[in-house]
Write a protein of this length. Sequence first.
Length: 204
Amino acid sequence: MSVYAIFYQDAVTDREGLAAYQKAAGPTIAPFKPAAKVVTEANIETIEGDWRPGRIVVLEFATREDALGWHKSPAYGEVMKLRHAATKGGGGVLVETLPIPGGHPNPVYGIFFQDKISDRAALMEYQQKAGPTLGPFGCIPRVATETVELLEGDWPAVRVVVLEFADREKARGWHSSPEYSAVKGIRLAATHGAGVLVDGIPAR
C-alpha cells in the first residue's frame, strides 16, 4: 500500500529561494522514486473552513519507509532549510492510500482534514452515507484515514481525506449536490476542519 506525503505552506516569501530549494531537492528525492501528484501555488480553492494555503505538494511513495527515508535523510535535512527560509508557516503529514486502481488523466484533488472529532458515532454515520454520493461524479477516494503521522510543522490533522476527480466541475458538483449536502451537515456537526481543491499533475 502506497503513502502520500502532503505538505502545505501558508505563503511563499522568497521565490528565488524556493526555486533554489526545488533544484536542490530533486537529487535528494530521486533515489526514493516518488510520484508527484500535486505541486502548485495556483488555483487553490477553499471549499470548506478557513484553510487558505499558498502552496501544496502531494508526493506518492511506494512505502512509508521510502517516504521517511527521504524526509529524514541528512541530505534532505540540509535542503529543507532552503524551503523553510523561502516560505512561511505550514506543515506536512504522511498518510496511507486506499488500494483503488485507476485514475484521471488531468486530476483535481479535494484535500480535506479534520483537527477535531467531537462525535465519533455521527462521523461513522456520515462515512456510511457519504460513500454512495461519490460514484455519480466519478470520484476515486485516495485517502480516508485517522492514521496521520506528522512530518513537520504543527498541522493538527487527526483525519485526512483525499478525493480524486476528473475536473473541478465534477468536484464542485459533488460537493454542492443535494445528495451530498444532505449528508455533509452530519460531518460538519461532528468534526472541525477544512478542505481545498487543487489541480493535480497530469498522468503520463
